[in-house]
Ligand binder design. Structure first.
Ligand SMILES: NC(=O)c1ccc[n+]([C@@H]2O[C@H](COP(=O)([O-])OP(=O)(O)OC[C@H]3O[C@@H](n4cnc5c(N)ncnc54)[C@H](OP(=O)(O)O)[C@@H]3O)[C@@H](O)[C@H]2O)c1
Length: 211
């Protein structure tokens, strides 16, 4: 089975941080960069995040391009112990725009209209297979955070990186855009080839494909 194409989107400081130590991340990049981020959502069948991003940012993950798209991307959360709050904007809008949550245990009583799937989200390749088979997903946009980005990179499942970089520096105490890769040697590092670099408002937008 051909797995879904995976794009990793990052919106970081110059030093690759996605939030301050206190978790502040709105907004690191400019309105122009964020508008491109919405266009990326429109180009993918699903948008995927980790539960820590949901708890920190309460994102909607909808494509808010104008005019609105005919179909919104499927919104996907990796959430081992099904902590998605019923009050979250994802859960509150699930009737209009579907949400799928992957957890590693028997799901608690389901949140209305949220699809809870018992499949250990650490098995990222199995998550992709499920999305393909159950929801005909052919492309996935990963929107963070750093730990989820790292797990797809570790598994060699990232086909493309769209990196929006703002001209600020957040330092080592900031949250990393990419979490631990557990590399043993430099030669084990995931490698990408640069496809494009362009200014986007005050930021820089770099695109990479698999080397
Ligand atoms: N600048 C930006 O555009 C941007 C974008 C996104 C996020 N952020 C920021 O990033 C921070 C959150 O990032 P984060 O790295 O701490 O967390 P994250 O990647 O959003 O979520 C990590 C959590 O997801 C769950 N998870 C389930 N399956 C996983 C898997 N296969 N790989 C990794 N995690 C998995 C784990 O919790 P369980 O064990 O409970 O499942 C894990 O602790 C927030 O501060 C947020 O504001 C910024």
């Amino acid at each position: 089975m051909i797995r879904p194409r995976v794009t990793l989107k990052l919106a970081t400081s110059l030093d690759g941080r996605i939030a301050t130590a206190s978790g502040e991340s709105k907004w690191i990049t400019s309105a122009e960069a964020r508008a491109e981020g919405h266009k990326l959502r429109s180009q993918h069948d699903a948008v995927l995040v980790g539960i820590a991003t949901v708890l920190a940012d309460d994102p909607l993950l909808t494509d808010r391009t104008d005019p609105p798209p005919p179909k919104q991307p499927l919104r996907v959360v990796l959430d081992s112990s099904f902590r998605l709050p019923p009050t979250s904007r994802l859960a509150q809008t699930a009737q209009a725009h579907p949400v799928v949550v992957f957890g590693a245990m028997t799901p608690p009583p389901p949140l209305p209209h949220v699809r809870s799937v018992e499949l250990d989200p650490a098995r990222v390749e199995a998550v992709l297979d499920y999305l393909k088979q159950a929801h005909a997903v052919a492309s996935v946009l990963i929107e963070g955070g750093g730990r989820v980005a790292a797990s797809f990179l570790r598994a060699g499942l990232v086909d493309r990186i769209e990196w929006f970089r703002a001209s600020i520096v957040l330092g080592a105490e900031g949250a990393p855009g990419i979490g631990a890769l557990l590399l043993q040697a430099l030669q084990d590092a995931p490698r990408f080839e640069r496809l494009a670099v362009r200014p986007i408002g005050p930021d820089l937008w770099e695109s990479y494909g698999k080397a």
